[in-house]
Design a protein. Structure first.
Length: 138
């Protein structure tokens, strides 16, 4: 089982504060002989709908030497995880969780915004200091 990201528990708490129920830590998906572990899975029942929302969240801290290298890794994981989810849990939407500081410093650049749009990344931006989700980007 993979190690938890630095902000794993912070994002879990932020999701719970936002009304989500955590259904899995390290959501396991196996396609052929390839095993994937997505950090969190959560559900929220909406009062106005019979069916609830289901999400999976991959948490990234971006604390390595190069933010760009960390982004390459996160993007690759996101694309592979999304493909695996489409095969086994197509109702579950995948989000990449990043701190507000990283989002503001790196993810708002025009090139990165183009990459996000091209690959249709969904982002969950959180404030680690108050353990709260500050923005959902779909």
């Amino acid at each position: 089982m993979p190690a938890k990201d630095l902000f794993h528990n912070t994002v879990r708490t932020a999701l719970e504060k936002d009304g989500w129920i955590i259904t899995n830590e390290n959501l396991f998906i196996k396609i052929d002989k390839i095993e994937f572990y997505i950090d969190l899975a959560a559900e929220r029942v909406l009062a106005a709908e019979k069916a609830g929302q289901k999400i999976a969240v991959e948490v990234k801290s971006f604390i390595g030497v190069s933010v760009l290298t960390e982004f390459h890794t996160a993007l690759g994981q996101f694309l592979n995880y999304r493909s695996a989810l489409r095969k086994q849990q197509p109702e579950r939407m995948l989000y990449l969780a990043v701190s507000f500081d990283i989002y503001d410093d790196f993810f708002t650049s025009s090139f990165i915004q183009e990459v996000i749009a091209e690959h249709k990344l969904r982002l969950l931006i959180f404030d680690p200091n108050i353990e709260k989700i500050v923005l959902w980007k779909s």
